[in-house]
Design a protein around this ligand. Structure first.
Ligand SMILES: *Cc1c(COP(=O)(O)O)cnc(C)c1O
Length: 566
């Protein structure tokens, strides 16, 4: 019997490594934007018939399911899923040495199939095997859980184990693409594989063929602050990492003081990029001396377009899903059909919320959406800088939909959720606010397509790209956002949406809030309520000037021409 992976072993592939991958809501192996981007990347690769294979951790207990109590406190519940509902366990086993023990790893095969006939396999790595100790069986259970040692073991399984398993299964690999630094230990495995014989070279150090490894590796960095990059002390590393190269070699490429996963990837890749133009520049100043390019992120158009807009796009632009640039001619769609599609998406969201919560939202009230990971720099509470003023502007005229999980250890993120709940109670007679529980990909699509405007208020320059605003654009929902990440490229004032605050990196929150209130009161609400015709023009521009460009098909074509074929 032919093995099910055989169809993927014939031609050399790009191996795409990511700590998290978000393909669909009921495979909860993602926490936020990074994982969803990885899923969108793979879906576009399948649509475009690119030869790719993706590798990630199985994290069978998922990230977590979020519950929020009456006081606004987040509770984390397990989000188990049963891999065999979606995937097939492969028979191959490899081992890596952790703390001197052999830890065995197997892979689960999931196949992303596109309607174009293309497909991309994803290998989910799993250490939950009877050959392993109880402790080692836990390594691939929790996404971003555990302590530093746990995290380092996960990154060994991902980088080293993942590479070994690909070869063991029989994949031919022409490039390794590291989506963020978590997987950069794969470079170390490649150093081991391409090690030269001492007889071949005149200097002992030259046995490590870094040039060869570089020629195989592509690295995408996502984090614009150095504190956000994974680093491990060599005291910790020494105990765990007992192969495949001597510590001194590891130190040469990943830093002498600490093992810096980003540095390791930077030193052993010949193509490095940030995820938006500005982020490319920020990364260059963080890592002087490296050539860092920029490929601005995109979202998978078909995944992130609501049913009503899918139908509309199918009618006017057959084939749009595999060529989203067609959306540039959105003016072919009559304004009333755009409006009707949006109203359908909005009713769908509001019906969901009114079923799930005790807040009764209205179909006709201007609805602001804000949903993403709850973490300090995203400033979910900027809208409440001056509550009195917000109420004065918005009483009876706005309603607000929030959503988002805080990492279990992120106390500030949890406090933000609590604060929003307190304010929600306090002003409920003036402005209706709802916090939708357990933000995931399904809920994300409902919210980004069902609100009237998409709000984003990150602290600059911490939003490397951001992608939820691109999803909103696909549904004709304009952005109202601080100028950071992708919005610096997508923003045309009053045309595709509106900016908040100045471009300065260190903008004062009061200035940002002032601009937010001013534009909401004087420009946005009047346009929405009193000049529907021009409001719909902004909706159309969101599609024709933002969705047409900020999609993962355009992004993947750039990765192919600039990073993969080199
Ligand atoms: C798109 C998406 C994100 C990313 O949102 P940003 O606003 O870009 O941070 C996070 N979580 C989920 C579930 C998403 O679908």
């Amino acid at each position: 019997m032919a093995k099910i992976v055989d169809e993927f072993l014939k031609e050399p592939r790009i191996a795409y490594f990511s700590m998290e991958i978000g393909i669909q809501s009921n495979i909860p192996t993602y926490s936020g934007g990074l994982g969803v981007l990885a899923g969108d990347t793979i879906k576009s690769a399948a649509d475009l018939k690119l030869p790719m294979v993706a590798v990630t951790l199985l994290t069978k207990k998922g990230y977590f399911r979020q519950d929020i109590d009456a006081y606004g406190r987040q509770h984390e519940l397990p989000d188990d899923f049963n891999p065999s509902d979606f995937m097939t366990q492969l028979p191959e086993r490899v081992s890596i040495s952790i703390e001197g023990r052999d830890v065995f790893i197997c892979g689960w095969l999931y196949i992303v199939r596109s309607e174009t006939g293309g497909s991309v396999p994803i290998i989910f790595l799993d250490t939950d095997l009877s050959e392993n100790t109880e402790q080692d069986r836990q390594i691939t259970q929790y996404l971003y859980g555990g302590d530093n040692a746990y995290r380092f073991k996960q990154e060994m399984v991902l980088g080293i184990g993942g590479t070994r398993l690909l070869y063991e299964i029989g994949f031919l690999i022409k490039k390794f693409h590291m989506n963020e630094g978590h997987s950069s230990l794969l470079t170390v495995e490649l150093l081991r594989m391409y090690k030269k014989d001492i007889e071949e070279v005149w200097d002992e150090r030259l046995v490590w063929n870094a040039e060869k490894v570089r020629s195989l590796c592509v690295f995408t960095t996502h984090t614009p602050v150095s504190a956000g990059h994974d680093k491990f002390s060599y005291d910790l590393v020494k105990n765990i990492f007992t192969e495949p190269v001597p510590l001194s070699v590891l130190q040469e490429y990943s830093g002498s003081e600490q093992l810096n996963m980003t540095k390791l990837a930077l030193n052993l890749s010949n193509y490095v990029n940030g995820v938006a133009k500005k982020h490319g520049e920020v990364s260059k100043s963080m890592f002087p001396g490296y050539e860092i390019h920029a490929i601005t992120n995109g979202v998978h158009s078909y995944t992130w377009t609501s049913e009503p807009f899918k139908q509309l796009f199918n009618k006017y632009f057959p084939g749009w899903a595999n060529e989203p640039a067609m959306l540039v001619r959105v003016e072919r769609i009559p304004a009333d059909e755009i409006w009707e599609a949006h109203q359908k998406a909005k009713r769908n969201l509001i019906d969901y919320i009114n079923r799930e919560t005790n807040v009764e939202l209205n179909y006709d009230t201007f609805t602001i959406g804000f949903a993403r990971r709850a973490t300090a720099y995203k400033r979910a509470d900027l809208l409440f800088q001056d509550i009195k003023r917000l109420c004065k502007i918005g009483e009876g005229r706005i309603q607000i939909v929030y959503g988002g999980k805080a990492h279990p250890k992120d106390e500030q993120g949890k406090q933000l959720i609590q604060k929003i709940h307190e304010i929600k109670e306090k002003i409920k007679d003036k402005i209706k606010i709802v916090y939708v529980k357990n933000y995931n990909m399904d809920i994300a699509l409902k919210i980004v397509s069902g609100v009237d405007i998409w709000l984003n208020t990150p602290l600059r320059p911490l939003e490397a790209s951001g992608t939820s605003g691109m999803k909103a654009s696909h549904n004709g929902v304009p952005n109202f956002s601080v100028l950071d990440g992708w919005w610096l490229e997508g923003h045309i004032e009053g045309c595709t949406g509106w900016s908040i605050g100045p471009v300065d990196i260190s903008a004062d929150p009061n200035k940002d809030a002032e601009d937010l209130y001013y534009k909401l009161e004087k420009i946005i609400l009047p346009l929405y309520y009193k000049d529907r015709e021009n409001w719909i023009k902004v909706m159309q521009n969101a599609i024709s000037k933002n969705a047409y460009f900020f999609n993962s098909h355009r992004m993947m074509r750039r990765y192919v021409t600039e990073a993969y074929i080199r």
